[in-house]
Design a protein around this ligand. Sequence first.
Ligand code: SF4
Length: 403
Amino acid sequence: MAQLTFETLSFREKDDIIVVTLLRLFTTEIPKEELEKIAPFFVVDTHTISFEKLDEEKAHTKFAFLLEKYFQKLTNKLTGNHVTYINKASGIPLIGNVAFGIVYRGSSIIEIKPVTSCNLDCVYCSISEGLSSKKNDFVVEMEYMLEELDTILTFVKEPLEIHIGVQGEPFLYADVDLLIEKLQEKKLVHTISIDTNGTLLNKERIDRLAKCDKLQLNLSLDAIDVDVAKKIAGVKSYNVEHVKEMIGYASQKLKVIVAPVLTMGYNEDQMDKIIQFFKSLPKQPILGIQNFLRYKTGRNPGKEMSWEKFYALLDKLEKKHDITLRLKKEDFNIRKIKPLPKPMEKGDVVTAVIKCQDRFPHSVIAVAKGRNISVPGVKFVKEKKIKVEIVRAKHNVFTGKVI
Ligand code: SF4
């Protein structure tokens, strides 16, 4: 008999299927008859499945094969959207796409993106992420992410910041606390920053995270009035009181930056109240008010405020409250470092292999020379070879067109 235990997977029986949940957020369903074909089986506990009359190695190989098949149908519990799971065996590199993996722009901040998905639906979201999203989601296995990051750190050989800046809410990634702990151990990492909407934090979690003294939380807070906050967050269950409490608590333990987005027609009148809230805290976090900007891929609820008007408003608020409201260069400590080798340049023609759907429909991710290339206007056919002309290659983020 073979017992297979997985930390990142859980199993639940439902009629004639087994519901498999990955990292608490993503699910797929395997028909029991498919599992029976491996061997008679039973679910031992949430994380363990057992196969009779099979040695462990065989059971592992056969189950991994089945899992890979049904992970093609992985969906996000929050939205029902399709999810692509990326591990080393997927053959999908972690460099080349801005939505997942590693984005290294030749500066001392390396972005890592282990997941896409958000539990809010903010009116101003620049990437249209959240509960109403219809996009394909990605989730990256933590070990794969760390392995690839190590390769880059070995290449760079300089101290730098790792920024967990995902398209969505990073605390939805069940392994994020562990990921932060692992990053804390890395000698070349001097800062770990993470952008979060704060809804999934609690005091115990902050206490645990605060053991990582390299960690910096970048939190959102767009309003103080409950109804305005709900309207901006786009979900009725948004609890601004909880987020305020977390900001107050985290600021006493960690470096915290709060960056409200001033969105015309929504929260101009909230800035005064946000500043007053900050001034009431025992330890004030850094406050940096941002101007809402329209993006092609964003949810654009209105017009942008002109920069002239925006800065005039900041001047007025800074004088009135005797506070700094602009983030300074020193808050980020960014410098240039050597760029990663770029295996393809704009204009190159390469043969690439389609590996998965891209974020948007009718677009695929194809792989060539160890990089991902987003190729729009192509039907997804796994492992199909296509000829692609590279039309964008900046910072090792690639877009191509089929020729
Ligand atoms: S919390 Fe961030 S990612 Fe989520 S919907 Fe709001 S702006 Fe978008």
